[in-house]
Ligand binder design. Structure first.
Ligand SMILES: NC(=O)C1=CN([C@@H]2O[C@H](COP(=O)(O)OP(=O)(O)OC[C@H]3O[C@@H](n4cnc5c(N)ncnc54)[C@H](OP(=O)(O)O)[C@@H]3O)[C@@H](O)[C@H]2O)C=CC1
Ligand SMILES: O=C(CO)[C@H](O)[C@H](O)COP(=O)(O)O
Length: 466
C-alpha cells in the first residue's frame, strides 16, 4: 500500500492544535507557516511530540521536499490566504496529490478550487472543522466535501483525530466539492443564532429581572443539566461566573458589548436568500452583531429617545422553555437551508448524518442533536424538522413560554430580535392561510404581475379601480 505523506500549513490557533492532535494519534506530519518563526514557536510548545514533525521554512520548501503522494492541509483564513497558498503549493504538486482546505471557506470558492485542481490531476477537499482550539487539539467535528476516493485515502487520519460520539467519529464525507464547507457554514449560522438567543435571554435576566452575572451564570449552569444541555449553555455559565482579576468585578461587565464576525453567519444568510429559504433567526443574529458594532450610534439613539427599560414578570423556567423552542426553530431553519442546497447542487445530503456529526466536538453540540438525527432518520413531514413528532411535542410544551417571553420583553423595551424572529417564523410556517393574497393583489395592481386563483389557473388580473 502507498504511504501518504501529510503536511500542514498555517500554524495559528487551529493549525497548531490540529497538528498536535494529528501527532498524538501517531501520524508523522510536515509543518510550515507563513512566518518561519511561528513554526519555531510551535515546535517549542509541542513538547513530547516534536519527533512527529518535520518542520519547513516555507510552504514552497515543504511541498517541494515532501515525498509523494502528498496531502497538504491548509489552516489559513478564508479568501486571499487560501488563494495564495494554493498558488504557492500547486506548481510543486504531482497528479494524485491532495490539498485540504480545513478553514472556514465560502463553499463557492471550494467548488471553484475543486474544479480547477481536478482539471490538473490534483485533488481538493473542503473540510469544515469545528470545536475551536480545544476541539482541534482533542477532537473536533469535521464535515468533508470531495470525491469519495480522495476521502477514502485520508479517512484513517481524519477519523483518528475526530471527536467520537459513543465511539462513532464525528466526521464524514457529506457530499462532493463544496458540500462540507456549506454544511460547516450552516453549522456556524446555527451557532450565531444559538449565541444570540442565549445573549437575549441573558439580557432579559440582567435588565428585566435585575439579576447579577453570577446568578445568571448559575441559572445557565442549572439549565445545562436539562433539555438545554449544550456546550454553548455550559460556557455561558462559565463566562458569567468569571471575575476580572484587575477590578474584581464580573468579567462580562468589563467586556465591550461589540461582537466581531468573520463571515460564516453572513454567508449562511446570503445563501439562504439566494436559494429562497427563510433563516430569519440566523439573519436576526447576524443583524444583531452588526448593530452591536455600532456602539456610538446606539448611544446617540439612547440619548435621543431615553427608552424605558422596565422590569418583566417572568420566571427562569419560562426563559428556559423559550430558549428551547427558539433553539429547535433555528436548527429547523438551518436544516431547511441544507435541504435546499442539497437539491440545488444535487448533493444528496444525509441530514441525519449531518446532525450526528454535530453531536460531539463542535461548538453547537447539544443533547438536542441526537434527537434531531433521529427525527431526520425517520423523515419529518415535508423535510421540516419542526414537524417531526418528537419536535412537535417539545414545541407544543415550550411555545407558550416563547410567546410570554417575547411579549413581556418587547412590551418592556428589551430587544429580543432572534427570539421574536423564531416565534414569527413558527407562526408564519404554521398558518395555512396567510396574507400573501393581498401582496399578490398589490403586485398585480401596480405591475400587472398576475395572480393565481383558488378556483383555478395562474396569470389572472384584477379589475382594479384607478
Ligand atoms: N479559531 C477558531 O475557533 C476556528 C477557526 N476556524 C477557521 O480556521 C482557519 C484558521 O483560523 P485560526 O487558526 O483561528 O487563525 P489564526 O489567525 O490563528 O491562524 C491563521 C494562520 O494563517 C496565517 N496567514 C494569514 N494570512 C495568510 C496568508 N495570506 N497566507 C498564508 N498564511 C496566512 C497566519 O499568519 P499570521 O499570524 O502572520 O497572520 C496564521 O499562521 C480560518 O479559516 C478560521 O475561520 C475554524 C473553526 C474554528
Ligand atoms: O468556526 C468557528 C466555530 O465553529 C469559529 O470560531 C469562527 O471563527 C466563529 O465565527 P465568528 O468569528 O464569525 O464568530
Amino acid at each position: 500500500m502507498t504511504t501518504v505523506h501529510f503536511g500542514l500549513y498555517g500554524l495559528g490557533t487551529m493549525g497548531s492544535a490540529l497538528a498536535q492532535n494529528i501527532a498524538e494519534k501517531g501520524f508523522h506530519l510536515h509543518v510550515s507557516s507563513l512566518h518561519a518563526e511561528d513554526t519555531d514557536r510551535f515546535l517549542s510548545k509541542s513538547d513530547g511530540l516534536n519527533e512527529s514533525f518535520t518542520p519547513h521554512r516555507s510552504l514552497t520548501g515543504m511541498t517541494k521536499t515532501m515525498p509523494g503522494p502528498r496531502v497538504i492541509i491548509l489552516l489559513v483564513p478564508a479568501g486571499d490566504a487560501v488563494e495564495d497558498s494554493i498558488a504557492e503549493a500547486r506548481p510543486h504538486m504531482r497528479p494524485g496529490d491532495v490539498i485540504i482546505d480545513a478553514g472556514n471557506a465560502n463553499f463557492h470558492d471550494t467548488r471553484r478550487h475543486a474544479l480547477a485542481l481536478e482539471a490538473m490531476g490534483l485533488a481538493y477537499l473542503g473540510m469544515g472543522v469545528s470545536g475551536g482550539e480545544e476541539g482541534a487539539r482533542t477532537g473536533p467535528a469535521m464535515m468533508v466535501g470531495g470525491t469519495q476516493s480522495v476521502w477514502d485515502g485520508v479517512r484513517p487520519l481524519v477519523e483518528a483525530i475526530a471527536a467520537k460520539y459513543e465511539g462513532v467519529p464525528c466526521v464524514d464525507r457529506v457530499g462532493p466539492d463544496g458540500a462540507g464547507h456549506l454544511v460547516k457554514t450552516v453549522h456556524n449560522g446555527i451557532e450565531y443564532a444559538d449565541m444570540q438567543l442565549i445573549a437575549e435571554t441573558y439580557g432579559v435576566m440582567r435588565d428585566g429581572l435585575g439579576m447579577m452575572p453570577a446568578a445568571i451564570g448559575d441559572v445557565f449552569g442549572a439549565w445545562n443539566k436539562g433539555p438545554l444541555q449544550s456546550y454553548l449553555v455550559e460556557i455561558t455559565g462559565a463566562v458569567l461566573n468569571t471575575d476580572d482579576p484587575t477590578t474584581g468585578k464580573p468579567l462580562v461587565e468589563m467586556i465591550l458589548d461589540r461582537a466581531g464576525q468573520k463571515g460564516t453567519g453572513r454567508w449562511t444568510a446570503i445563501e439562504a436568500l439566494q436559494l429562497g429559504v427563510s433563516v430569519s433567526t440566523i439573519e436576526a443574529a447576524v443583524s444583531a452583531r452588526v448593530w452591536s458594532a455600532a456602539k456610538p450610534v446606539r448611544q446617540t439613539g439612547e440619548a435621543i429617545f431615553s427608552p424605558l427599560r422596565e422590569s418583566v414578570e417572568l420566571g427562569t423556567d419560562q426563559l428556559e422553555q423559550a430558549l428551547l423552542a427558539a433553539r429547535i426553530i433555528s436548527h429547523s431553519q438551518g436544516f431547511d437551508l441544507l435541504v435546499a442546497a442539497s437539491r440545488a447542487y444535487d448533493w444528496s445530503l444525509d441530514l441525519a448524518r449531518c446532525a450526528e456529526i454535530w453531536r460531539a466536538g463542535c461548538i453547537i453540540r447539544s443533547a438536542l442533536l441526537n434527537d434531531i438525527a433521529a427525527a431526520f432518520r425517520a423523515g419529518p413531514p415535508d423535510d421540516v424538522l419542526c414537524f417531526a413528532p418528537s419536535m412537535v411535542t417539545r414545541l407544543q410544551e415550550a411555545l407558550p413560554a416563547l410567546r410570554a417571553v417575547v411579549g413581556a420583553a418587547t412590551s418592556a423595551g428589551h430587544p429580543v430580535p432572534a427570539l421574536s424572529a423564531a416565534l414569527s417564523w413558527f407562526d408564519g410556517m404554521t398558518q395555512g392561510s396567510g396574507t400573501a393574497d393581498l401582496i399578490q393583489g398589490q403586485r398585480d395592481f401596480f405591475g400587472r404581475h398576475g395572480f393565481e386563483r383558488f378556483d383555478g389557473g395562474a396569470g389572472h388580473h384584477g379589475p382594479w379601480a384607478d
